[in-house]
Design a protein around this ligand. Structure first.
Ligand code: ZN
Length: 343
């Protein structure tokens, strides 16, 4: 967690299917003067991914503006034991309960959310299904309703994932140079043979696991040395193949669909108007090689079609996927746009 002098309070919550997850409140020297903001991490990381070793994190920037900052650790968090989770489960069980917990703890009637990658796809499912009506503004990074991936990622999703899913339960870029014997070590060797962009095995394994670029989730020049050399390996962990099966199905459909049946979750999330009044502000790194920026363009156009002029889209030149939050210059290039979006 952050090394800065913040007051940090973890609040566990229970999901209806029996998991204990948590939200973490971060307070600065001054009490908040603005709305709670819930930050939702992506797959195979945790809430601390928003706390890269840079001079000003998105947490710092939000606190400086008076927001009440909450980090959600949903079932994909590496703080918890490995689960064979799907986006449906996160959408139905985790995010609605996290939102309710923040409302209960703060006494607020509404909150805002900053959602990233698979935290964004699954939170988008919650919102479109009408399960988080208390969220009035949603800032989404990288991907939301329309997962569009590079051609090589599509090949991996359609050909490699079904094979790997029979042989292993999860991938873990946090293995670094200590990949377990057997198939993981073979994948580690293959990854090192294919990736010569740097000497950091964790960075290479992230690219193998999540995208098609070298590297896939950031532009190297956007990261400082500590983030690249230390933070990546510390903050990336297990991600189950069950998740990749779900995103493969969504990618093939062109938009989010359900893999399982839970309560009122729709089979097809693009088939009906959104059951949320939230204003959406989409962010897309132009260099993103995990989910192409066309993903957020398509989602913005879908939402704009349902409420013309209400929502917004920001393309970020020179940025990729996670450097939007971890980048050494994100405090000047990105966070002011996000804070303006939150209002
Ligand atoms: Zn690297």
């Amino acid at each position: 967690m952050t090394s800065k002098l913040y007051d940090i309070r973890k609040v566990p919550f229970q999901t209806a299917d029996g998991l204990t997850l948590d939200v973490t409140n971060i307070r600065g020297a001054k009490p908040p003067t603005k709305s709670p903001v819930l930050l939702v991490h992506g797959a195979g990381v945790r809430g601390n991914i928003f706390n890269a070793p840079v001079e000003t994190t998105v947490i710092d920037a939000l606190l400086a503006e008076g927001f009440d900052v909450w980090l959600e650790n949903w079932r994909a968090s590496i703080d918890f034991r490995l689960h064979d989770w799907t986006l449906d489960q996160a959408a139905f069980f985790d995010h609605p309960e996290a939102v309710k917990t923040v409302l209960h703890e703060t006494g607020a009637q509404t909150i805002k959310a900053i959602i990233h990658c698979q935290g964004s796809t699954s939170f988008t499912m919650s919102a479109l299904a009408g399960l988080v009506p208390q969220v009035e503004t949603i800032v989404s990074n990288a991907v939301s309703l329309h997962p569009i991936v590079p051609r090589w990622s599509r090949v991996k999703l359609r050909l490699a994932v079904p094979v790997l899913a029979r042989l292993m339960r999860s991938m873990n870029p946090g293995w670094g140079d200590d990949t377990p014997a057997g198939l993981p070590r073979l994948l580690g060797w293959l990854t090192k043979a294919a990736h010569h962009e740097c000497d950091n095995t964790a960075c290479q394994l992230v690219s193998f696991t999540y995208g098609a670029g070298r590297p896939a989730l950031w532009e190297h020049e956007n990261l400082n040395d500590e983030t690249h050399d230390t933070f990546i390996q510390a903050e990336f962990g297990h991600v189950p193949l069950s998740f990749f099966r779900h995103i493969r199905a969504c990618e093939a459909a062109g938009h989010l669909i359900s893999l399982e049946t839970y309560g009122t979750l729709p089979e097809d999330y693009a088939a009906a108007p959104p059951k949320t009044d939230a204003r959406w502000v989409f962010f897309a790194g132009e260099e993103n090689k995990c989910f192409l920026p066309d993903s957020q363009q398509a989602s913005f156009e879908w939402f704009d079609g349902h409420a013309p002029g209400k929502h917004a889209l920001h393309w970020l030149p020179g940025y990729s996927h996670l450097d939007v939050f971890m980048g050494k210059n994100a405090a000047t290039d990105v966070f002011p746009k996000m804070i303006a979006a939150l209002g």
